[in-house]
Design a protein around this ligand. Structure first.
Ligand code: LLP
Length: 421
């Protein structure tokens, strides 16, 4: 269920009209719905209620402190991939015992911070990383709780840049080597094995790859238990896709359907199941609100030139991702035009959509780029010295700025010109 709906022909976030936000904050601006974030999180908790479970929201999808605090209050844990994300999670009040630390290249400094905080689990991706954690833990007089991330060699489909579960990807330990690596751990006194971890990709649109990977991992868990390892946790990763293109009938399973499948498969196995959803929690909970700066017509194409650009929202340029672009004022004329929707950055790749059929638009009107709550603001940069886009959180009929738009002076503050120039 999305909270972005038209009321009296005006697109609203919950009960706040987006044009009111644009007037008060300016554009471009990311707008998130608290209700949708919570609905999505609750879908996971209720679907997994038959399991001993932990929903560790994948912080990378949207790491704003307000978003994390909201989810923390609802009981969420966190999947973090850097020391910075760990600080965000802790500052948002997420219980360290609900934090898992993923990623192929954790530094010893990051390991130390996580051990000090007392996180629930390190997801370890290689033998050298294991040895590194062992030495940090021994040095601190601690024992690090870990799972090994296993690469089950499953093709999850989707975009090659976000596929992670195939043998040729850099992620995880090859499933054929897993047994030996678990044996290696027995000689590492700073490491305590508690489970197995996987994450096979992102924007996965069917249940089949998950099921295939889970079957392989369950076989492995059985073998490891027979070998005498105490396997009590299974982190199934994230990856569930969301519906980006409203014009097609196909859409990925919901968190409820996915959670039921996982419950059915894992219920009998005495495991604490960890989920790491990112996109399926935050994706449809946000839009990027932007203004039409100019409309350029007369040539081969008609261009809507927005005040948002690829630096603000890179998914269309980077992955060729489809995102809906909806007028904030629904209008009533019925006339449509095919637009190329672009930003002001001097790159042809600065394009949000091509030949998109939309109601006829006018200069100065607002549009909302949909499904931008995940991997939107977090992947923004200041290319062209464009300020990072502010973020707003809506709840009911109130809205708050949760990240302000920096001034150009603030952007330049971090830079220094050496005196010799
Ligand atoms: N766990 C791990 C270990 C991950 O690497 C990821 C995402 C997740 C969980 C969360 O996956 P999700 O539920 O969001 O699919 N920037 C790309 C997506 C990259 C995903 C990377 N890993 C995009 O905009 O599509």
């Amino acid at each position: 269920m999305t909270s972005f709906q038209y009321q009296n022909r005006q697109l609203c976030a919950e009960d706040v009209s987006l044009s009111q936000i644009a007037t008060s904050i300016g554009t471009p601006v990311y707008v998130y719905s608290a209700a949708t974030l919570i609905d999505n999180f609750t879908a996971y908790t209720s679907a997994a209620s038959g399991l001993d479970h932990l929903i560790a929201y994948s912080v990378k999808a949207n790491s704003n402190l307000a978003v994390l605090s909201l989810l923390a209050k609802a009981g969420a844990g966190a999947d973090v991939v850097s020391g910075g994300e760990l600080v965000r999670a802790l500052r948002s009040g997420i219980d360290p015992q609900k934090i898992v630390f993923s990623g192929v290249g954790k530094t010893q400094e990051e390991m130390r911070a996580a051990l000090k905080a007392g996180i629930y689990q390190f997801n370890i991706e290689s033998v050298p990383e294991l040895l590194s954690l062992n030495s940090v833990a021994l040095d601190m007089g601690k024992i690090a709780p870990i799972a090994l991330r296993i690469n089950p060699d499953v093709d999850a489909g989707g975009h090659e840049k976000i596929s992670t579960g195939k043998a040729e990807n850099k992620f995880g330990i090859d499933i054929r080597l897993a047994r030996d690596v678990y044996t290696t751990i027995l000689d590492l006194p700073g490491i305590a094995v508690q489970g197995v971890d996987m994450h096979i990709g992102s924007q996965i649109e069917t249940l089949a790859p998950f099921e295939m990977a889970m079957d392989k991992i369950l076989d492995l868990i059985m073998t490891l238990r027979a070998d005498g390892h105490n396997i009590t946790t299974y982190d199934v990763g994230g990856g569930l896709g969301i519906r980006y293109d409203k014009s097609t009938a196909d859409h990925p399973p919901s968190p409820i359907e996915y959670g039921k499948m996982v419950t059915d498969k894992l219920q009998a196995h005495q495991l604490k199941v960890i989920f790491e959803p990112g996109r399926s929690i935050a994706g449809n909970a946000g839009v990027l609100l932007s203004k039409i700066q100019y409309i350029k017509s007369g040539g081969a194409r008609t261009f809507l030139i927005l005040d948002a650009a690829m630096n603000d929202f890179i998914r269309p340029s980077l992955y060729g991702a489809h995102h809906g672009v909806d007028p904030v004022d629904e209008g009533a004329s019925g006339e449509t035009v095919d637009y190329d929707i672009v930003g002001p950055v001097c790159e042809t790749g600065d394009t949000f959509a091509t030949l998109r059929t939309m109601p006829k638009m006018a200069q100065g009107q607002l549009v909302a780029i949909g499904q931008a709550g995940a991997y939107g603001a977090v992947q923004a940069c200041e290319y062209n010295t464009r300020a990072l886009v502010p973020e707003v959180l809506v709840s009911g009929n109130r809205f708050d700025i949760i990240r302000k738009r920096p001034s150009i002076d603030e952007i330049l503050q971090a830079e220094t010109v050496p005196d010799w120039i």
